[in-house]
Design a protein around this ligand. Structure first.
Ligand code: ASP
Length: 315
């Protein structure tokens, strides 16, 4: 079976954000990812769907989970995978993003997965290159595969999104994970709350159409999912919180604060975690409530589904 004979899933030949996707595309991606969850749990984790295709990972920012899962996804699907190390590439000699990407484009990749510190970088590349572009995180704008893997994790545990309330807590201002999750969860019918100190909320947060809280007790009351975010110190241009100890006291998820949520509430975190800053270790490691390692597992399946979906539109 080749990807060209399979039913198309995405209207676009790129995945640049959750913005632009419709609910049926999200559902189709989640359904497709289920087949990859099963494959990944089996003995021989291989398909030949991307045989002959070339995938390039171009990461201008650090990554553990996203880069390794795209690499694994590509390899499990039979693609040739190249991980460009930006530190040892000509980017360190001053080459621009466009020049670096054009150089890689001339090598005729089929899919370029890019992470960059500037919002809009993936979209810019998608207009300049011949291959499919996947946004693996652009500044504080979007991180679509993170939101998709979070959605897959939630759907597997809770069956769907309708009647669910999800609290996204912490550094919303700098978080592309928050922006993609707000879009996806709202699109799929969940209620979304943002819980953060006023300094870590975007000034236009109200336009997301979500409920906003600056107090964990009120914000977590009755929620089904508590999604914690890292304090993104690398994106902060000043002091947004008095100290990490103070931050943990008011906004760090510990047993007491988790007690404000529904008794059955589950905890998520995209990683990397700062234990004792936004989340207490005993919560992060409590398998009865924490979905953190399940999120990582779903990350590989979602990235396989995204590669599969993009390959379906290729000649
Ligand atoms: N790994 C996620 C991202 O790249 C979250 C984080 O870094 O805190 O946005």
């Amino acid at each position: 079976m080749t990807s060209a004979t399979l039913e198309p899933i995405l209207k676009s030949s790129h995945l640049l954000g959750i913005e632009g996707l419709c609910a049926s595309e999200v559902t189709a991606l989640l359904d497709l990812a289920e087949t990859y969850v099963a494959l990944n749990r089996g003995g021989e984790k291989k398909t030949a769907l991307l045989k002959g295709r070339t995938l390039i990972n171009l990461f201008f920012e650090a990554s553990t989970r996203t880069q390794s899962s795209f690499e694994l996804a590509g390899k499990r699907m039979g693609a040739d995978v190249l991980n460009m190390s930006v530190k040892t590439s000509s980017v360190s000699k001053g080459e621009t993003l466009i020049d670096t990407a054009s150089t890689l484009n001339a090598m005729r990749p089929d899919i370029l997965v890019v992470r960059h510190h500037d919002s809009g970088a993936a979209e810019l590349l998608s207009r300049k290159l011949d291959c499919s572009v996947v946004n693996a995180g652009d500044g504080s704008h979007e991180h679509p595969t993170q939101a998709l893997l979070d959605a897959l994790t939630i759907r597997r545990r809770l069956g769907g999104f309708e009647n669910l309330t999800v609290a996204i807590c912490g550094d919303i201002l700098h978080s592309r994970v928050a922006r993609s999750n707000i879009r996806l969860l709202s699109l799929m019918g969940a209620r979304v709350r943002l819980v953060a100190p006023a300094t870590l909320l975007p000034c236009d947060a109200a336009r997301f159409g979500v409920e906003i809280f600056t107090d964990m007790k009120a914000g977590l009351a009755g929620v089904d999912i508590v999604m914690m975010l890292r304090l993104q110190l690398e994106r902060m241009t000043g002091a947004f919180v008095p100290s990490s100890r103070e931050y943990f006291r008011f906004y760090g998820l510990d047993r007491e604060k988790l007690g404000y949520a529904r008794p059955s509430a589950l905890v998520m975190h995209p990683g990397p975690m700062n234990r004792g800053v936004e989340i207490a270790s005993d919560i992060a490691d409590d398998l009865d409530v924490s979905l953190i390692s399940e999120q990582v597992e779903m990350g590989v399946a979602i990235r396989m589904a995204v590669l599969d979906a993009l390959a379906r539109g290729m000649a």
